[in-house]
Design a protein around this ligand. Structure first.
Ligand SMILES: C[S@@+](CC[C@H](N)C(=O)[O-])C[C@H]1O[C@@H](n2cnc3c(N)ncnc32)[C@H](O)[C@@H]1O
Length: 362
């Protein structure tokens, strides 16, 4: 195809004298020229006085704009096809389902939680590592739920700090969470504190926005029965246990991990229903030989819900030695590239190892 510069022959009209001609003239109308797939009218004043390159640029630009709708349509179809293929693979179980997305409309609750991490000396290194992973899970659950709570990690000592520095170097940028070396007594009004303990004689009925609930930051496989209950009692702090027994007859003791307690609280805040919260969060393994008192089948209906906090923990048989699923959930949920999600993605990127997370205390 000709790509000639033809100033001399472009003298059909005085207007055209300054036009640079590129491409070939149409056989029926010499004023219409075709350059590659671009067509233009040499009498159009907008093309006058342009250099060859400027003319090409304008023609390309016009072509690009004129074909935008068609291009978008093609792109949409491609996207739709890809999406359908991916959905099929998920349905067939070839690839895992995407993790729950952070809800767009977040309605924060004023309930406060302090995780008391003053028990490092009661744990071996593996247990401290598990605790660290459980704290990450609490943070992640808080970021992906409908009604996040105010979370403070108290008595955050050098051992835990060192682990966070190595495994989650961006943790100091995390949102809605405070890490402090102070104790909960330093941080909060004592009269507002309620220490949660499976060993308490009091049962909690509802979460109160005026209270600060303390969860014992310990992984002890139940070696230290009454540890947190006694500590709270000595300090003159109110204690309470979750009302598990009202909804579930359990074969094993009703002592849960830090993150499960936290997730149950988050789930309760969604619709103020303990039964649903327990069903959504208490892991399958803990339900072995147990009975829901409402007659529901053993197992977990709500865990299957997409977007449920505990979806990641639904097969909690695999929690021990498997912190990965949830970690993935933080990282995969990064399609919308806002600051928050970049920050969340960094949570998982830095946690490549498959930390064991201790499950329900025996
Ligand atoms: C693994 S447990 C620690 C068990 C420890 N032996 C103790 O003395 O509490 C971690 C924390 O989760 C909370 N927790 C676990 N199960 C609970 C339940 N059934 N009711 C209330 N809090 C519970 C408590 O705050 C507890 O300190």
């Amino acid at each position: 195809m000709a790509d000639d510069v033809d100033k001399t022959n472009a003298a059909e009209t005085t207007q055209q004298q300054q036009i640079v001609l590129i491409g070939e003239a149409d056989s029926t109308n010499p004023n219409i020229r075709k350059y590659k797939n671009l067509t233009y009218d040499i009498t159009d004043p907008k093309y006058q006085g342009l250099s060859k390159n400027a003319l090409k640029r304008i023609l390309k630009e016009e072509h690009w704009n004129a074909t935008r709708d068609e291009r978008n349509k093609r792109q949409k179809e491609k996207h739709k096809k890809k999406h359908a293929e991916r959905r099929k693979l998920i349905e067939e179980g070839v690839i895992p389902a995407p993790p729950p997305k952070r809800p767009k409309v977040v309605n924060p609750s004023n309930v406060q939680v302090a995780i008391d991490c003053s028990f490092s000396s009661y744990m071996n290194e593996k247990e401290v590592k598990s605790l660290q992973a459980q704290l990450v899970r609490c943070y992640s659950a808080n970021r992906h739920c409908e009604r996040p709570m105010h979370l403070t990690i108290t008595s955050f000592d050098d051992l835990l700090k060192g682990m966070f520095d190595t495994k989650e170097p961006t943790y100091s940028n995390w949102k809605d969470i405070t890490f402090t070396n102070d104790t909960y007594l330093d941080k909060f009004d004592k009269s507002k504190l309620v220490y949660l303990s499976a060993d308490s004689d009091n049962t909690i009925e509802k979460l109160d926005e005026d209270k600060v609930y303390i969860i014992g930051g310990i992984v002890d496989k139940n070696r230290y029965k009454n540890l947190c209950q006694n500590k709270a009692q000595e300090q003159g702090i109110e204690t309470a246990r979750l009302p598990i027994g009202e909804y579930l007859q359990m074969a094993s003791r009703k002592v849960l991990t830090v993150n499960h307690v936290y997730e149950i609280m988050l789930k309760w805040l969604e619709n103020e229903d303990w039964n649903q919260a327990f069903k959504a969060v208490i892991p399958g393994r803990k339900l072995k030989d147990s009975k829901w008192l409402d007659g529901a089948k053993e197992g977990n209906e709500t865990q299957q819900e997409e977007g449920s906090v505990s979806k990641d923990t639904k097969d909690d048989e695999s929690i021990e030695g498997n912190g990965k699923q949830q970690e993935g959930s933080i990282s995969e949920d990064t399609k919308e590239e806002d600051e928050t999600q970049q920050e969340e993605r960094s949570v998982s990127k830095d946690r490549k190892d498959n930390e064991p997370i201790e499950d329900v205390e025996a």
